[in-house]
Design a binder for this molecule. Structure first.
Ligand SMILES: Cc1cc2nc3c(=O)[nH]c(=O)nc-3n(C[C@H](O)[C@H](O)[C@H](O)COP(=O)(O)O)c2cc1C
Ligand SMILES: [Fe+2]
Ligand SMILES: [Fe+2]
Length: 400
């Protein structure tokens, strides 16, 4: 893509990453890609806000050069030091050693560790303003809206917020950058929720604080470093993020995710019946094979849904390994207070039920059923399901 003017003197100058299969080496972006948005402000001082990954340095730098020669850049604002936004930094520094980097005190520390940069870094304080000509930049620290050093930058005169990872989403930009031009906004919003669940969810408390901190600021455009730029409806993306922050505690969708694993099909067969029984109560049920589905896709479903049903057999005395890994991810991402149940097949002796009970207690998941069956599920096992489903659906509907 070519640079796109957002407001006179303010350019989107980002790149699409359609090559990487995984984001952060973990989350699938194979089908949707991701954009790394950078912004160039052309004023008396020329300022870049966030950069690109190392992989995309060449197209990124060409993009910048098409607006201004690199030796004319005065400042690079580093809202966040994760390599998806700083990978091009060393190239830029070599091309123009006079650039001054702006970031929080914590960023000054981290940039030393990651890039061995100690000079030409200027710490900006929370609330500090920097006049760059006719424009003024204002910085606000938002620690742990992904990493400890994170801040957001606000272009005062144009009321543009550059929040880096916050308000961002997956999805390569479809030849256009603005929300009002997006040919499939529902799809982008779905990918944005998945991004939230994968990247931001664990920091929901800090994200809530950040949203509250920014609440008094008039915002006409939200220009994050991943995904669409929201100019028609900036309140929309802030509202979506507010809703997803809330999911950390309550107000989730009255819907259910079934996650199952299986070696020989016994648990899979039962999981199918569990899904059907719960669907018969009128709740929407999304079902995933834990070994086949991408963990980030499952997480996106679990983040929004109140009900989570785990179906997995016993393997070497313990819960099926991929399910252990999934439950571990639930801990890492602070997925708490769900309505839950466990079902699984076993052969001769198993710790799976106990393991699940311990996990559920730690995560404050409300266990409606914790049930194992021997080998192939029998009619007596299936007969339990209608009652279970009624109880489960009632608990999901009653949850805060
Ligand atoms: C590699 C392997 C290890 C197993 N380890 C145990 C075990 O330690 N304890 C147990 O009760 N059953 C164990 N089983 C039996 C399975 O839990 C049982 O076959 C179950 O029906 C598998 O469910 P599935 O068809 O959903 O894979 C094991 C089975 C396999 C294939
Ligand atoms: Fe990040
Ligand atoms: Fe990022």
């Amino acid at each position: 893509m070519k640079p796109i003017m957002i407001r006179p003197g303010v350019y989107w100058a980002g790149v699409n990453d359609r090559e990487s299969e995984l984001f952060e080496g973990l989350w699938t972006i194979q089908d949707c890609g991701v954009s790394l948005n950078s912004y160039l402000i052309m004023d008396e001082k020329k300022v870049l806000i966030d950069l690109s990954s190392e992989l995309l340095t060449e197209p990124y730098v060409n993009m910048i050069k098409s607006i201004a020669p690199l030796n004319e850049i005065d400042y690079v604002v580093l809202n966040h030091l994760e390599p998806d936004h700083t990978g091009a930094l060393l190239y830029l520094r070599e091309a123009n050693p006079n650039i001054t980097y702006l970031g929080t005190k914590k960023a000054a520390e981290i940039i030393g560790n990651f890039y061995e940069i100690k000079d030409h870094f200027r710490i900006v304080e929370d609330g500090e303003e920097l006049k760059i000509g006719k424009f003024t930049l204002k910085f606000a620290a938002v620690p742990f809206v992904h990493w400890p050093e994170t801040m957001v930058t606000y272009l005062v005169e144009e009321k543009i917020l550059f929040p880096c990872d916050a308000f961002g989403g997956y999805g390569a930009l479809p030849g256009v950058v603005f929300d009002d031009q997006c040919p499939d906004l529902p799809k982008f919003e779905a990918e944005t929720l998945r991004y939230y669940a994968n990247i931001v969810a664990a920091y929901s408390g800090n994200t809530r604080k950040a949203i509250e901190k920014l609440a008094g600021i008039p915002i006409e455009i939200v220009a994050p470093s991943h995904g669409l730029i929201w100019r028609k409806n900036p309140e929309r993306i802030i509202e979506l993020y507010r809703q997803w922050v809330d999911y950390a505690e309550k107000k989730r969708e009255k819907a259910v995710t079934v996650v199952y694993g299986t070696m020989y099909g016994n648990t899979a067969e039962f999981a199918e019946s569990v899904q059907q029984a719960v669907a018969d109560t009128g709740l929407t049920v999304e079902m995933f094979n834990v070994r086949k589905a991408d963990i980030g896709v499952i997480l996106g479903s679990v983040w929004k849904n109140q009900g989570v049903i785990v179906c997995a057999p016993t393997y070497e005395g313990s819960l099926f390994p991929e399910m252990v890994s999934f439950l571990h991810m639930m801990k890492v991402k602070k997925v708490v207070t769900r309505t839950t149940a466990y079902f699984g097949s076993f052969g001769w002796g198993s710790m799976a039920k106990k393991q699940f009970e311990t996990f559920a207690a730690e995560q404050r998941w409300d266990v409606v059923e914790n049930y194992q069956f021997h080998g192939k599920p029998k009619q007596a096992d299936f007969d339990l399901l209608p009652d279970f489903a009624e109880k489960f659906a009632a608990a999901v509907r009653a949850a805060e």
